[in-house]
Design a protein around this ligand. Structure first.
Ligand SMILES: *Cc1c(COP(=O)(O)O)cnc(C)c1O
Length: 362
């Protein structure tokens, strides 16, 4: 089996995966281990899947660098979007407050789902700036149930360069478009969630990492599928989990470790982003980087515009001709976006930088 021509895939999600992962997953689709069965055919309550499930959790906490006795990993369905609802279902009640930092379309959806449960307090917002920056002055209300951040804003192209201090308030983060992309003190977070299809694997599984002391505070007597406690008690096997997606997440984690862990991957992510931002900055008459404050620029989703806008189509056609796909911005904001998650190759970033220069000089 081989690939005719592998494109540089700049899509925001589902997104590019490491080639060694695709190769191993292809073999797993035919036969997993020496089981005589495909990963698509095995029981979720027997070997070899049981080991895959257990090892994937161990690897994830090891890569995060957190104490494995203090955190629980859940593999859930419904995407990050269902976590927008599951989170307040478990932690917010009438008469209580949860704090949210509003940084774009995804945080808007997270807040919308929380509102029916209790008071949603806007701790900070960059709406006045059309979400082209990260708010600096964050005011967390007293006795808040949690502070919710969207650490990387996939659509707008912003990223928290430093994680705000929430004091005694539990810190919760939607890490969907950057999980495991940089070195952070992940032990500070009480709950982290991430749809896999951006930076972790295929669509179908959402990875949730909860600190055990925060898990203990979740409400009881909820519908099982929405209960963090019941999902944790069942080790994410209350019902059939997305077996194949979890398997591929495990392969991606193995790949991250083989690349040298988060620190190495993060350094490469920084170089990839830098090479593209630098090329854009060389031609201010042709390119407009959406996020002006460098500190707020995402290393994962780089948003920019071509001037005049009428040349955008030309730009995209030229990119396609060079084997670069997925550079169109999110339909809600337009413009252009280069999504360069962990698995996106450095050569692809260099190729885009070269094309940006070529196009600008045309
Ligand atoms: C893509 C994305 C989501 C939505 O993820 P689904 O898994 O499609 O529900 C939520 N938050 C962020 C930051 C995202 O990038």
């Amino acid at each position: 089996m081989s690939i005719r021509k592998r494109l540089f895939n700049f899509n925001a999600g589902p997104a590019t995966l490491p080639l060694p992962v695709l190769e191993e997953a292809s073999r797993g689709v035919l036969e997993i281990g020496n089981s005589g069965m495909s990963i698509l055919e095995v029981s979720h309550r027997a070997e070899p899947y049981e080991s895959i499930h257990a090892e994937t959790k161990v690897k994830l906490l090891r890569i995060l660098g957190v104490d494995p006795t203090k955190f629980t990993v859940l593999f859930l369905g419904g995407g990050a979007s269902l976590q927008f609802l599951t989170l307040p279902t478990n932690y917010l009640s009438k008469g209580e407050t949860a704090d949210y930092v509003h940084t774009g379309e995804w945080s808007a959806k997270a807040m919308k789902e929380a509102k029916p449960f209790g008071t949603v307090h806007l701790a900070a917002s960059s709406e006045a700036d059309k979400f082209a920056s990260i708010p600096k002055d964050i005011k967390v209300s007293a006795n808040s149930r949690y502070l919710h951040l969207t650490t990387n804003n996939t659509i707008e192209g912003t990223q928290f360069s430093t994680i705000p201090n929430a004091g005694p308030v539990p810190l919760v983060a939607d890490f969907s478009s950057e999980f495991l992309s940089r070195s952070l003190d992940y032990s500070k977070f009480s709950l982290m969630y991430s749809g896999a299809q951006k930076n972790l694997g295929p669509a179908g599984v959402t990875v949730v990492v909860i600190r055990n002391d925060f898990l203990a505070q979740a409400k009881e007597d909820l519908p099982a599928m929405l209960s963090y406690k019941q999902q944790a008690k069942a080790d994410s096997l209350y019902n059939t989990p997305p077996v194949f997606s979890i398997y591929v997440v495990g392969l991606v984690l193995k790949w991250i470790e083989s690349e040298g862990g988060i620190a190495k991957v993060a350094a490469r992510n920084r170089r990839k982003a830098e090479v593209i931002y630098s090329a854009l900055e060389e031609f201010p008459d042709i390119y407009d980087i959406v996020v002006k404050n460098k500190e707020d620029r995402s290393d994962m989703n780089l948003t920019f515009r071509v001037k005049p806008e009428a040349r955008e189509k030309d730009f995209l056609n030229g990119a396609t001709a060079k084997g670069m796909e997925g550079l169109k911005g999110h339909r809600s904001v337009g413009g252009l976006r280069a999504s360069i998650y962990n698995a996106f190759p450095e050569e692809g970033a260099v190729a885009l930088a070269q094309y940006l220069r070529e196009f600008a000089r045309k």
